[in-house]
Write a protein that binds this ligand. Structure first.
Ligand SMILES: NC(=O)c1ccc[n+]([C@@H]2O[C@H](COP(=O)([O-])OP(=O)(O)OC[C@H]3O[C@@H](n4cnc5c(N)ncnc54)[C@H](OP(=O)(O)O)[C@@H]3O)[C@@H](O)[C@H]2O)c1
Length: 222
């Protein structure tokens, strides 16, 4: 399978790219608004993997080309640009694509971060509203700290919650997420449940802020 990370030059994109490339046999495509930036990121990720003896084929493209070539398209862009990015690549998506969003709407003040969903109810639902009607949307990876993923010395022992209305798309994302070593993907219901999943993210970040040594904290449901 081909997995594209749009905005894969950023923090969560890097973490997911490194983990997918190291732990799975899927082809990883890094997307960027600037193809050159995508190729620079690929060189960096390949270097990082090589120093650990991992061989992986990663490719860099503009976002549209990456989306066009992929089976699973992860929108690794800031939440306020998620909708516009979906529309920018809409012609590259079809009923066989799966659009995945890890984006969370948050606002910060001196106390910490607070959940700040858009009018759609959650960023995941906003993305579903902006995606072409026949493209299934899945919410996943919301509560993972990018640094926990991109530091490959860090052994993960974390869960990620997956929401979707389309059962086949949800099953595919559960399956590829479970291929990441130390990550357990749990089903959390339909897209209507996305706000509950997203709202865990500011909680996790606040715990990281207030507790020394817990910078990369995440959630394991036991
Ligand atoms: N960071 C985390 O720990 C974490 C954890 C869980 C979920 N998330 C979610 O993952 C998403 C990405 O987070 P991040 O921390 O990786 O973000 P980021 O590093 O700030 O940005 C990711 C990429 O988004 C692209 N981008 C920036 N401005 C854009 C714009 N105006 N339009 C389209 N693309 C733009 C850039 O790629 P190009 O310049 O190459 O196009 C950038 O490298 C967010 O929605 C966040 O809520 C993040």
């Amino acid at each position: 399978m081909r997995i594209a990370l749009l905005g894969g030059t950023g923090d969560i994109g890097e973490g997911l790219a490194l983990r997918f490339a190291r732990d799975t046999s899927h082809e990883i495509l890094i997307g960027s608004r600037d193809p050159e930036k995508a190729r620079d990121a690929v060189a960096e990720y390949e270097d990082e993997l090589e120093t650990r003896g991992a061989q992986a084929e990663i490719k860099g493209f503009g976002n549209e080309m990456a989306a066009d070539r992929a089976d699973v398209v992860v929108l690794s862009v800031p939440p306020y640009y998620a909708g516009d990015t979906v529309e920018a690549v809409a012609d590259s998506l079809d009923a066989d694509s799966i659009l995945v969003t890890p984006a969370v709407g948050m606002q910060g003040d001196e106390d910490g971060l607070h959940y700040h969903p858009p009018d759609a109810g959650s960023v995941t639902q906003l993305v579903a509203g902006r995606a072409p009607d026949d493209v299934p949307v899945v919410g996943a990876f919301h509560n993972l700290a990018a640094d926990a993923l991109s530091n490959l010395d860090n052994d993960l022992d974390l869960d990620t919650l997956v929401v979707a209305d389309d059962d086949d798309a949800k099953e595919t994302v559960l399956s590829v997420a479970n291929e990441i070593e130390g990550l357990r993907a749990l089903e959390a219901g339909p897209l209507a449940n996305a706000a509950e999943v997203e709202s865990v993210t500011p909680l996790v970040i606040n715990i990281a802020k207030y507790n020394e040594g817990m910078h990369d904290v995440g959630v394991k449901w036991i």
